[in-house]
Design a protein around this ligand. Structure first.
Ligand code: SAM
Length: 297
């Protein structure tokens, strides 16, 4: 069956290729590293299409694994910087690309590093987009770390556990709205961008997957420097640590006392009897900006 995307130059990985690559290097997928490899060309082409990346983009791919998504990305973009924590997988990736897309090999850089720690100084080009099938157990911290540390990233399209995708894209007032929703929305607009079934992976995970897209605010509505981010994230963490309590009670520890929490909430224009789940990112930013009482004497 032909598909709607233009035929690329890379020979994508199917089930037989994924298994033989894994067997060749005795790669036993581990749960700890969230190793579920995609063996379906249509899925990786869909991820690339939904990400909207073009020839002008430098893509940061986290966890390239055996190279399923990497090959589809190389067909489309100028450069892929692939950050992989597993030394065997990182070492094999350039060979896989040389075998399956020799004319695209020059577009790939592999960095052997933990994506929770990687910094711009370790990456040979400024990435403009993050496109990744993220390791599920660290998906949210990786996403937040990369948006914080790589200001050049203007967009992200990531595959994560469906439930995490829903949480990231949740809006205030919803039961699943929480810390990941607010923190992701601190950087940009977040939305669900599709669903992916289990059968496209080897090994097949027990859970469904979902796509999330984040477009960084072109003009940030608030300062995004590390110090401001730390202050905003601290109050977000405090508000949701006891999400069933009123904000006045939940934020007592953060503010020093219930009455000081109330004072700051009122100063930020927030009802002290409300719960954290109704506040949008802008409200958390206002709350974090209220000055503590001045210490006199
Ligand atoms: N992109 C491949 C695909 O779609 O088939 C593999 C995706 S698999 C869900 C996650 C990948 O992330 C694995 O290759 C795993 O080794 C790697 N990984 C896990 N934790 C990581 C981390 N902290 N930093 C970088 N890579 C990591």
């Amino acid at each position: 069956m032909s598909d709607s995307h233009p035929r690329g130059q890379a020979a994508l990985l199917g089930p037989a290729e994924v298994r033989s690559l894994a067997a060749e290097f005795d790669i036993r997928p581990t749960k700890q590293l969230g190793q579920n490899f995609v063996h379906d060309g249509n899925t990786v082409r869909k991820i690339v299409a939904v990400s909207g990346v073009t020839r002008d983009d430098v893509v940061l791919e986290v966890g390239p694994g055996l190279g399923s998504l990497t090959l589809a990305l190389l067909d489309v973009v100028e450069k892929v910087v692939a950050v992989e924590i597993d030394p065997k997988l990182a070492a094999r990736l350039p060979t896989t690309v040389a075998e399956r897309a020799p004319e695209l090999s020059g577009r790939l850089d592999v960095v052997l590093e933990d994506a929770m720690k990687v910094l711009p100084s370790q990456v040979p080009a400024e990435p403009t987009a993050l496109v990744a099938n993220l390791p599920y157990n660290v998906a949210v911290p990786v996403l937040l770390h990369l948006f914080a540390e790589f200001p050049s990233l203007r967009t992200a399209l990531v595959m994560v556990q469906a439930e995490v995708a829903d949480r990231l894209a949740a809006r205030p007032g919803s039961k699943i709205y929480g810390v990941p929703s607010v923190k992701a929305n601190f950087f940009g607009e977040v939305r669900r961008a599709g669903a992916v079934g289990r059968q496209v992976f080897w090994p097949e995970p027990k859970i469904e997957s979902g796509l999330v897209r984040i477009d960084r605010f072109e003009v940030p509505p608030w300062p995004i420097d590390a110090e401001h981010r730390r202050r905003v994230f601290a109050v977000v963490d405090a508000a949701f640590a006891q999400r069933r309590k009123t904000l006045r009670a939940a934020l007592a520890g953060w503010a020093g006392s219930p009455s000081e929490a109330e004072r700051r909430l009122v100063a930020a224009g927030i009802d002290p009897t409300a719960r954290g789940e109704v506040l949008d990112a802008a409200a958390f930013v206002r709350l974090a900006s209220v000055q503590p009482p001045s210490v006199s004497g």
